[in-house]
Write a protein that binds this ligand. Sequence first.
Ligand code: ADP
Ligand code: MG
Ligand code: ZN
Length: 529
Amino acid sequence: MTSAGGLEAALERYEPVIGIEVHAQLRTASKMFCGCAASGDETVPNQRTCPVCLGLPGALPVLNRRAVELVLTTGMAIGASIPPATRWDRKNYFYPDLPKGYQISQYDLPLASGGTLTFDTSAGDRTVRIRRAHLEEDTARLVHAALPDGRRASLVDFDRSGMPLLEIVTEPDVRSAEEARRYAEELQRLLRYVGASDAEMERGQMRVEANVSIRPRGTEALGTRVEVKNMNSFRSVERAIGHEIERQAAALDAGETLRQQTRGWDDGRGVTYVMRDKEDSEDYRYFPEPDLPPLRVDPAWLEALRATIPELPASRRARYVAAWGLTPHDAAVLTATRETADYFEAAVAVAGSGSPSAGASPKALANWVTGELARLVNAAAGTEKGRIDRAGVAPADLAELVALVESGGVSGTSAKEALATAFETGEKPVAVVHARGLGRISDAAALDGQVAAVIAEHPAAVADYRAGKPQAAGFLVGQVMKRTQGRADAAAVRAALVARLEAGAPDPVGPGAASDAGASRADATEDDR
Ligand code: ADP
Ligand code: MG
Ligand code: ZN
């Protein structure tokens, strides 16, 4: 039932309407209402619990100020408005992962309302309106297991119970599965840039739910929506929504009426399946939380938080393209993480500062940061050097190396070698170039010595050249490059070589003709390279 053709056909007749809800675990030291640690050994369950997060009767919550700050900061980063005061509400429902029988959340006074997120798609930039962002507590984690006697059981791990969660909900503005994925990726980047969450989907730190409906093209009314859950990667977000659009189109085409449902995504089978008919918000009997006082948001506090927000990825991408002429692709790669973007910008700043590293162009720096340095950092993944800002090669030192490459002081190959060594040893790359003699041989006498040696070693090629075979010069230049491990400047080698060959050549035609021939032979060696 799910084929690309099926989806394409569905998209001709129906327009997808998608709203996205993201839950992200906030990067706090402790849980939302108690002093239990927010992280620890994840292989052993129920290590971080107390009467509050176990929901024992009589235990009282105490609000984690940092969790509120991270929601406020994220809210400001997306341009949301922040109310002067807010409060907490109880969302009542029964499920074994919720020991109190209610979740402390926010109902009609979220910490952030409105705002937008702009992201890149294959069809250009898109902006989606954010409806709200609020703070709530996470539930415990259920683990479904088989007991030794074969019965199936559900086990409860309370380490996640009471963890602070940021929920961000969009307006139904998303129009395709790809957009949904790109939105989620951009939101992940934003959460990481502002330090709100590590937002690792595979670790459950960021959970994406998509509300999907379709409507006949050209109509306005919203169709019946299905909420899709259990998507554990960005790839599954795109696949699940694509499948759901196709499924709904097939149902409507068959004359069926869609039901408002919650469906799960089965990644292995590539289908969504019914989990339950969806509850409406009245079913939760929301009411104000009596155990927590309302929260006043002090303007000075907000301003202090606003000052911590770095320039965001979308703005940096646009600036890299406009100011430095980078391709959108390079700009996207460089801004994928804040560490990489900060590193790159520090290198560009040094390069333009008039210091010894000056001269490295942003374009060349971009190539080195996304190419050779990224390769070394990725290869060190999982170690201290697996992060660009901890790799031990300072931005100024990379800029110095790249400037040397651009001025011809070292070949690209030798510079890569020097960078790899510097990455290993912690030396400065340019110091490695000098210490290991990797720089260009620019001394004319040294170069001429190498040329003389090659001429002596290859009498046959010399004879060929003198017999009127200019290709032989290309071969001899290659031999000099080999002897110097590529450290000689090829143009200088050619000049020195031709000078020696012409000087020592028998001259059957006459001086004027010989120098013309010399010129055309030099041209020929140019082509040989
Ligand atoms: P709930 O309270 O059940 O989570 P909301 O009304 O808050 O529902 O909406 C949740 C999400 O669903 C929002 O992102 C919203 O934009 C989206 N949404 C609402 N109606 C539709 C629809 N008909 N089709 C697609 N998405 C929708
Ligand atoms: Mg919801
Ligand atoms: Zn606790």
